[in-house]
Design a protein around this ligand. Structure first.
Ligand code: SAH
Length: 260
């Protein structure tokens, strides 16, 4: 078969470093009967070693040429490919099919050009996910795990930390890929958990957080003008002269619940 020319528009940077691949597989720890779904299998750098351990692997891949290459490469029924845009894919329906009443495991060296919207999309299926192991831009991983008071702490941190416990596992340099991406990469583990305080209106929380961080250098009072009154800030004992980056996830949930 001719060699595949990596497509920039699909964020194709193929993993080639065998030591990195081995490290990722051992972080994932696949067990034969796992209901596992890979996002963006590409040329099977992770797919092949995963399939060596799993009974079956499902994969969501947008690129038809890649799908054609993967079809027939593994024993029938081992790799089930969904030729679909992961941003629109119903992971909940697949979870219901693969693990009725249970959860799926997600893995992938994600396309970096869509990583933020993809993470938000996946968060909506959190109750049906057991865990995720993803390769992402290091800069995005740092934002995911950032704590209040850091410059990296923002909308992505708050919304993902509400749904998941997250942990950065490994740094991966550009040379591990072909072609090498222009940024450093990292592996992150995400484990869904019920947050200590449940939000009554998730869409309301999303709106509040987006508005709070609209202008990072402004105070909360300014960014949330018209939405949160000084009386409400006082009642919740949240100082409105702070910036959005200084408020904990719990306080965002308290604010959203008070508005709901
Ligand atoms: N896992 C492989 C490939 C990573 S590159 C490896 O580690 O080498 C990213 C992969 O995601 C490519 O296969 C690309 O075609 C696929 N992809 C890009 N956008 C996608 C989308 N919206 N939905 C599903 N797959 C996508």
């Amino acid at each position: 078969m001719s060699t595949h020319i990596p497509r920039k528009r699909f964020g194709q940077n193929f993993l080639e470093d065998q030591a990195v691949i081995n490290d990722i597989i051992s972080c994932i720890g696949p067990q034969a009967s796992d209901a596992m779904v890979e996002i963006g299998p590409g040329l099977a750098a992770l797919t092949a070693p995963l399939l060596a351990k799993l009974d079956v692997l499902h994969a969501v891949e947008i690129d038809r040429d890649i799908v054609a290459r993967l079809q027939g490469r593994f024993a029938p029924g081992k790799l089930v490919i969904h030729n679909f845009d992961a941003l629109k894919f119903d992971f909940g329906a697949l979870a219901t099919q693969l693990a009725p009443g249970g959860q799926i495991r997600l893995v992938g060296n994600l396309p970096y050009n869509i990583s933020t919207p993809l993470l938000f999309h996946l968060a909506s299926f959190a109750p049906q996910i057991a865990d995720c192991h993803f390769m992402l831009q290091n800069e995005v991983v740092l934002r995911m795990v950032a704590e209040p008071g850091c410059a990296d702490y923002g909308r992505l941190s708050v919304m993902l930390q509400y749904h998941f416990h997250m942990e950065k596992l490994l740094d991966v340099p550009p040379e591990a890929f072909n072609p090498p991406p222009k940024v450093d990469s990292a592996i992150v583990r995400m484990i869904p958990r019920p947050f200590e305080l449940a939000v009554t209106d998730l869409a309301g929380l999303e709106k509040l957080v987006a508005q709070a961080f609209a202008q990072r250098r402004k105070t909360l009072r300014n960014n949330l003008k018209g939405l949160v009154s000084d009386a409400l800030f006082a009642e919740l004992e949240i100082d409105p002269t702070q910036r959005a980056e200084n408020i904990t996830v719990r306080d965002y949930v308290r604010l959203a619940n008070a508005l709901a």
